[in-house]
Ligand binder design. Structure first.
Ligand code: HEM
Length: 452
């Protein structure tokens, strides 16, 4: 491999390097860095050098070809109090064993079996939309999609809406997400050791969530019954070689992981989809025409995931421009070389879905909203690693089929009955959180569609 010339990168501050910029406005900093420098950009952070990789071939190298040489960043250790050794956090043998155990729970026929549960929840959730449509009141769309996806997560996981605990669950999930997002850049770890209110709230939220999940597991163990939810499937799963089930502790970590990895990501993407579709009425009408033709007024079923083809492409385009997980970091285990650049063991590499999804030499007019980019002939001309909202390689999202079905159903069912008028800022900036949420919540007014 030809060695690279000395690479150029942003200057940053003495000692701290670019850390203050990353902590300040991560999104703005990474976008500017990618625009101003090459496809491998050195980033000085404290006394080390990390690299921003901005080419589909580099994504393929780290996530697929040489994935064994890359572990998740220790920055994610901030999530360990919440996610424990669940699938998102685990590495090595534990990850391989758990992924093998859990994967069958997310096979297509298992997800298909959850379809009517999803549509029942969406249907009953939309009753609140009717009330709002009658009153004409503007409501917080970001909170609303968060409640909807939490209801779906709870019912498909536990067959229960949690009753009185549901609000506490939603609140605790929000605290955990917001505090973890801030902690990620606290490289020294000092902030989280301080006896602040935020830290106390975080601990209380984690204890509450783990308490609820452990209680449900205990109740199930005490009174086993036939249920067809994800928790039962996970409890019944046995290791093919040892025939052992998961320990209660591992089960709790996996349930917490599935709830947290799946909830905010989907909620954020549905909120962006609602906003973007109201801004692109031509595409919205095409989606409605498809839903009218395919569903002819009935509630969607598992088989419609395939036939609601334009709806899927719309979501793929939303996921291109607003990927809920929009960056991540991996650390090299042994020395490596990426396109001529030596990567020493212990070096961090950053990869951003958003940056790769908007590379001008891959995507024509990258900021233009165009679902037809996902027509088969367009996909076939592109690198598989130019588009990866659900990650790529062996650690690809386990819940992508679940999330796609949920989003297709939610959009088809919402827009069949409602029009939306966005009452807040039309182009909100991105916040500095783990997921690509807007800095300010999106507000909207719902109106009943005249034709239905
Ligand atoms: C729009 C919704 C979603 C998006 C954008 C998304 C995105 C992602 C991405 C990018 C990864 C890879 C992270 C990495 O490689 O570091 C991932 C992993 C994961 N996701 Fe999702 N996800 C979504 C929904 C879900 C749902 C609904 C579930 C569960 C029901 C879920 C469970 C997981 C788990 C357990 C992992 C870790 C997999 C492993 O390392 O083996 N996700 N997700």
């Amino acid at each position: 491999m030809k060695p690279r010339k000395e690479l150029a990168g942003p200057k940053g501050y003495p000692i701290l390097g670019v850390l203050p910029m990353l902590r300040g406005n991560t999104f703005k900093f990474l976008v500017e860095t990618a625009r101003n420098f090459g496809d491998i950009v050195p980033l000085r952070i404290l006394m080390t050098t990390a690299y921003l990789l901005n080419h589909p071939a580099h994504v393929e190298h780290v996530l697929q070809k040489n994935y064994r040489n890359y572990r998740k960043t220790p920055m994610l250790g901030k999530l360990r109090p919440v996610l424990g050794d669940g699938l998102f956090m685990s590495e090595g043998e534990l990850w391989t064993r758990q992924r093998k155990l859990i994967q069958p729970s997310f096979h297509k026929e298992r997800i298909d079996a959850l379809a009517s549960r999803m549509t029942d929840i969406i249907q009953s959730h939309l009753k609140t939309w009717e009330t709002r449509a009658h009153s004409g009141e503007a409501f917080n769309l970001s909170d609303d999609t968060s409640i909807l996806t939490l209801e779906i997560a709870l019912q498909t996981m536990f067959s229960t809406g949690l009753g009185g605990d549901a609000n506490g669950f939603a609140e605790a999930m929000k605290i955990v997400h917001d505090v973890s997002s801030k902690r990620i850049w606290d490289i020294t770890g000092l902030g989280e050791m301080m006896p602040t209110k935020k830290n106390r709230d975080f601990k209380a939220a984690v204890d509450f969530l783990q308490g609820v999940v452990s209680r449900i597991i205990d109740e199930r163990r005490a009174k086993p019954a036939v249920r067809d939810d994800l928790l039962s499937i996970l409890m019944d799963t046995r290791d093919a070689e040892t025939n052992e089930a998961m320990s209660d502790r591992q089960l709790r970590d996996e349930v917490m992981t599935l709830m947290l990895a799946g909830h905010d990501t989907t909620a954020t993407m549905v909120a962006w989809a609602l906003l973007m579709l109201t801004q692109h009425p031509v595409h919205l009408e095409r989606m409605r025409d498809e839903a009218d033709m395919v569903l002819a007024g009935r509630i969607p079923e598992a088989g419609d995931v395939k036939t609601l083809d334009y709806t899927r492409r719309l979501i793929q385009e939303v996921a291109r421009l607003r990927p809920s997980f929009w960056w991540f970091a991996r650390v090299a285990i042994n020395d490596d070389n990426i396109a001529g650049q030596p990567i020493k063991a212990g070096t961090t590499v950053f990869i951003s879905q958003y940056l790769i999804h908007t590379l001008p030499n891959v995507w024509d007019d990258p900021e233009k909203f165009d679902p037809d980019r996902f027509l088969p002939d367009q996909i076939s001309g592109r690198s598989k690693f130019a588009y990866f909202p659900f990650g790529a390689g062996p650690r690809v999202c386990i819940g992508s089929g679940f999330a796609m079905m949920e989003m297709q159903f939610a959009l088809a069912m919402i827009f069949r009955r409602f029009d939306l008028e966005i009452t807040s800022e039309k182009a909100p900036e991105f916040g500095n959180l783990i997921t690509l949420r807007p800095t300010k919540d999106i507000f909207a007014r719902a109106k009943l569609r005249l034709r239905h």
